[in-house]
Design a protein around this ligand. Structure first.
Ligand SMILES: Nc1nc2c(ncn2[C@@H]2O[C@H](COP(=O)(O)OP(=O)(O)O)[C@@H](O)[C@H]2O)c(=O)[nH]1
Ligand SMILES: [Mg+2]
Length: 385
């Protein structure tokens, strides 16, 4: 069997992949892109396992999403192992709802089991399996627990028929079912056709357009929003029924999150911190360093000039060396100290985790311009120039 390993970034895909395949791996790149592609054979079972790029949805917005989407749609794996960080299930299940529409057997692997207790999280695995309509196993890829149970599930699900879950409201379901039977496509593609996805433009008949218009009128929203909302409603509903969280002592990281991600505090604080970074690098260090270095360069230039003149060099060659080379390099060198301080500040913000928090915060804002929150760093660097 060909099995695909699909999940968010940092959900533990590579850790599980290594655990299941051992040294039996082939590493290369996906065709046309520099994203690592790993294939291996699962020990004891002999099935092929493919490690897909980390993604949050099957939309084709990023290269990773495109590669994964293409693989699951075109190469049609026999089974999908959907690995989920069990400490943040809500964020991960969006992808799960899409994977479960592919007519391919999906096994949900809740990873990071070793961290659940400390966070006071209890997941009712059986209930989740029942609600979501597929098998669920809780593992720790790091500690190696639950792996035999996972292998048993793979065996148990060999060649099993897939039963689609109807997760949308009935009026949306009806339209999806119609498109499915009209074109003989799977649910995922039917939803994409309904969503007017770029990849499926030749399916946009009058009937499809009418269906979409009708739904948009009823829900007073754009079709993509209707579908996304329906998925989230479904997820929240399931989450509330299968997860219980005991109040545990708030970790320092949670407390910091509360401050840094607070609606009212976050932006002013962000601006203040960025101002401080700017002030330190460009203001304090910057202006002093430029003066200080230009003094040194001036003195050095003067010294070279004296030597050259005493050696009887011509005016133009003195000017070339002193005003051209030395002054030119000096002008660039003047910026080096402030760049060092700037990058020092940014790396401090990065190692303390502030950057990732802010990135998360800014993601929404940046998305409006078609950028991701990660664009922040070049923004700051660009600002100071
Ligand atoms: N505590 C804990 N950490 C894990 C577990 N599985 C993976 N990790 C860690 O999570 C991080 C991301 O794992 P990785 O396999 O690289 O994730 P990928 O991005 O999905 O390939 C690494 O630091 C792993 O050591 C687990 O079961 N428990
Ligand atoms: Mg990985």
């Amino acid at each position: 069997m060909k099995i695909a390993l699909v999940g968010n970034q940092n959900s533990g895909k590579t850790t599980l992949f290594n655990l299941l395949t051992g040294t039996n791996q082939k590493i290369g790149n996906w065709p046309g892109v520099t994203i690592e592609r790993k294939i291996g054979k699962i020990k004891d079972l002999g099935d092929d396992l493919v490690d897909l790029p980390g993604i949050y949805s099957l939309s084709p917005y990023t290269i990773e999403e495109e590669v994964s989407r293409k693989f699951v749609l075109e190469e049609k794996p026999d089974m999908i192992i959907n690995i989920v960080d069990s400490t943040s299930i809500e964020r991960s299940l969006y992808l799960t709802t899409q994977l479960m529409e592919l007519n391919t057997k999906v096994i949900i692997v809740l990873n990071m089991a070793d961290r659940l207790e400390a966070k006071g999280i209890h997941i009712d695995k059986k209930k989740l399996a029942r609600e979501i309509g597929t098998d669920v196993v809780i593992i720790s890829a790091l500690k190696g627990t639950g792996i035999n149970e996972l292998k048993d599930l793979i065996n148990k699900n060999r060649g099993k028929k897939v039963i689609n879950q109807e997760i949308f409201q009935s009026d949306i379901e009806n339209q999806i079912l119609q498109i499915e039977s009209l074109y003989g496509v799977n649910r995922f593609v039917a939803v994409k056709i309904l969503e007017n996805d770029k990849m499926y433009q030749n399916y946009q008949t009058g009937q499809v357009k009418n269906s979409r218009q009708r739904l948009e009128e009823i829900y007073k929203m754009d079709i993509e929003e209707i579908i996304a909302n329906a998925r989230y409603d479904y997820i929240v509903n399931i989450k509330n029924r299968v997860i219980t969280i005991k109040v545990v002592k708030e970790s320092t990281s949670d407390k910091l999150d509360k401050i840094f991600l607070n609606k009212f505090v976050a932006f002013p604080m962000f601006i203040a911190i960025m101002f401080l970074v700017y002030y330190l690098s460009v203001g304090v260090v910057g202006s002093n360093a430029v003066d200080w270095i230009s003094d040194i360069i001036d003195n050095f230039g003067q010294m070279v000039e004296n030597i050259l003149v005493s050696m009887g060099a011509s005016d133009w060659s003195v000017s070339l060396v002193v005003d051209g080379i030395i002054a030119g390099c000096g002008a660039v060198l003047g910026f080096v100290p402030q760049l060092i301080i700037l990058f020092l500040c940014i790396s401090i913000l990065e190692t303390t985790g502030y950057m990732s928090r802010v990135t998360f915060l800014l993601d929404k804002l940046f998305k409006k311009f078609g950028l991701s929150g990660e664009t922040l760093v070049p923004f700051i660097v660009g600002l100071r120039m």
